[in-house]
Design a protein around this ligand. Structure first.
Ligand SMILES: Cc1cc2nc3c(=O)[nH]c(=O)nc-3n(C[C@H](O)[C@H](O)[C@H](O)COP(=O)(O)OP(=O)(O)OC[C@H]3O[C@@H](n4cnc5c(N)ncnc54)[C@H](O)[C@@H]3O)c2cc1C
Length: 497
């Protein structure tokens, strides 16, 4: 079983200087930064290849699970239970130690990393080999109002929050008579027309339309979904033809699309676009691209101009001259990995590559630890599949095969359920889908989830003592007797009685 350890025995508290790994260990320690797609697959493959006497593996991540991001749009739409799109490290990483905390500094020259746990003091751990799989974060811009009013769509917490927020807006809108407030509540803006943005928009819109059928007070045409995309097209991952088909489908669903347009500001939910369109919205979802995890700036590893760790095709970290940095490896969204099928280019930041790079890296490390040469990672893109809501999708396989509608949707589900880590999760997801066909998907908002203590806090406030007027009978809480406000008033009261 994987162990969650507070810290390895040789961990040292964080001070000004990082400790240095001096004596060679009996069993080499591989530290994997990030337990996401790359981290999980690297650690699992390495553990499969090498026994515990050949390598000790430590995975560091602030979350106790790996998230399969391609299923986040379906999670937001309620087609997949949120718990099933994550693979818990404790179950998925057998024979691996898991440290829960954020890597805050990397001093590779000293073979040491600083870990900051959610609670408690930061500490350093040393290693012999390092794997960097720290992924990416949302690439935002300094747009007025965005930080205060926007929400990202990168992790399962955001997918759950978005779902509850959208369903909650529909609930609230159905109970208000203020037309302006209602409009604002029923306007949903998605910024970014890449895969994540289009899938999130299409899935959430589909869910909202199904939900509104249960509300007599809301008409379908009151729902306003808006897509804002800076470039002249959407879905750059597929051909222009399929991108155009998707646009047409979204427009048929009355989704308002602004291409070659930017979000200029959204202060207090007042959205202003670069094409001068203005309106109010309570939901602004930012899906306009990603950038390498910024914690890499706190490291001595070589980075490219956009902050990715530079590697060669063997997934070894290399400097600007291509010289290998000993004992350091990187892959996934945070790494610039050469794409051998497209010379001069890098592998795109997607799960298709991250998953395969993780497995390849596990194999390569096992080779290195057995004194063999690592091999080059080479993967030809097999295509892209996207779900656009229940029974709708687009797919482009092997460059040439273009599929749309129901078949593409089936392809999307089959491909991703096969790629979902752990047999347990595959079965749970498939069982959930079967249940939804028979029982329909659930569209209830659990908005109180985001402040579960609110009711308890309110209940814990001692009730204000009720003032009992003189002569009042049947007082349930006779805590305080009403005192005459002043002697004069008291005299008046007496003479009146
Ligand atoms: C909504 C959405 C939909 C997508 N759909 C598709 C799709 O359909 N097809 C496809 O191929 N790809 C898709 N992707 C992209 C794909 O999910 C990513 O490219 C892939 O997950 C990258 O893997 P990774 O291991 O590099 O990063 P991740 O899987 O993101 O893993 C990074 C890990 O690092 C951890 N971490 C972060 N900071 C720290 C820190 N300081 N210390 C320690 N750990 C840290 C994180 O918690 C996380 O577990 C989608 C992404 C999103 C967001």
């Amino acid at each position: 079983m994987p162990q969650t350890v507070p810290a390895p025995a040789d961990a040292s508290p964080s001070g000004t200087a990082a400790p240095r790994q001096t004596k060679p260990r009996k069993v080499p320690r591989v530290v994997v930064l990030g337990g996401g797609t790359v981290g999980l697959y690297t650690a699992r493959r390495l553990r499969k290849r090498l026994g515990k006497r050949e390598a000790a593996i430590v995975v560091v991540d602030p979350r106790p699970y790996m998230t399969y991001a391609p299923f986040l749009p379906e999670t937001a739409a309620g087609s997949i239970d949120a718990r099933n799109v994550v693979a818990p490290h404790r179950r998925a990483l057998k024979g691996v130690d898991v440290l829960q905390g954020k890597v805050s500094q990397i001093h590779h020259a000293e073979r040491t990393v600083e870990i900051t746990p959610e609670e408690g003091e930061p500490y350093w751990i040393t290693y012999d080999h390092l794997v960097v799989g720290l992924g990416s974060v949302a690439r935002t811009l300094p747009i007025p109002g965005l930080a205060e009013n926007g929400i990202g769509f990168k992790n399962v917490e955001e997918a759950i929050a978005l779902r509850n927020h959208v369903l909650n807006r529909i609930d609230l809108a159905s109970s208000t008579w203020d037309p302006e407030l209602r409009k604002r509540m029923l306007t949903f803006v998605f910024v970014g027309g890449g895969f994540a943005g289009i899938e999130a928009l299409a899935e959430v819109e589909d869910m909202a339309r199904v939900t509104v059928k249960y509300y007599k007070a809301i008409e379908q045409d009151e729902l306003r979904f808006v897509l804002v995309e800076g470039s002249p097209r959407i879905l750059p991952e597929v051909s222009e033809e399929l991108g155009g088909y998707t646009l047409e489908q979204l427009r048929k669903r009355n989704i308002e699309i602004h291409l070659s347009t930017f979000l200029s500001s959204c202060v207090d939910g007042h959205v202003v676009l670069s094409n001068k369109t203005e309106f109010d919205a309570e939901t602004i979802v930012w899906t306009a691209g990603v950038k390498a995890n910024p914690v890499l700036q706190n490291s001595d590893l070589p980075l490219d101009q956009i902050g990715r760790v530079t590697t060669n095709a063997k997934l070894q970290v290399v400097d600007a001259d291509g010289v290998v940095v000993a004992d350091a490896y990187a892959a996934g969204d945070c790494a610039a990995v050469p794409d051998l099928y497209n010379p001069g280019k890098f592998c795109p930041p997607n799960a298709q590559h991250a998953l395969r790079e993780g497995n390849h890296l596990g194999d390569n490390l096992a080779r290195v630890l057995r004194s063999a040469e690592p091999t080059e990672y080479k993967h030809k893109n097999i295509g892209a599949v996207a779900s656009l809501g229940m029974y709708k999708g687009v797919a482009q396989m092997f460059g040439r095969i273009k599929v749309r509608g129901f078949l593409a949707w089936v392809l999307h589900r089959s491909y991703h359920v096969a790629a979902m880590p752990t047999f347990n999760r595959k079965i749970r997801i498939a069982a959930g889908w079967t249940g939804s066909i028979l029982l329909r998907r659930e569209v209830v908002a659990l908005g109180a989830l985001h402040d579960p203590r609110a009711e308890f806090r309110e209940a814990s406030v001692p009730p204000k003592p009720r003032v009992v007027e003189p002569g009042e009978k049947d007082a349930a809480v006779p805590a305080i007797k009403a005192e005459p406000a002043s002697p004069a008033k008291s005299r008046q009261a007496k003479s009146a009685s």
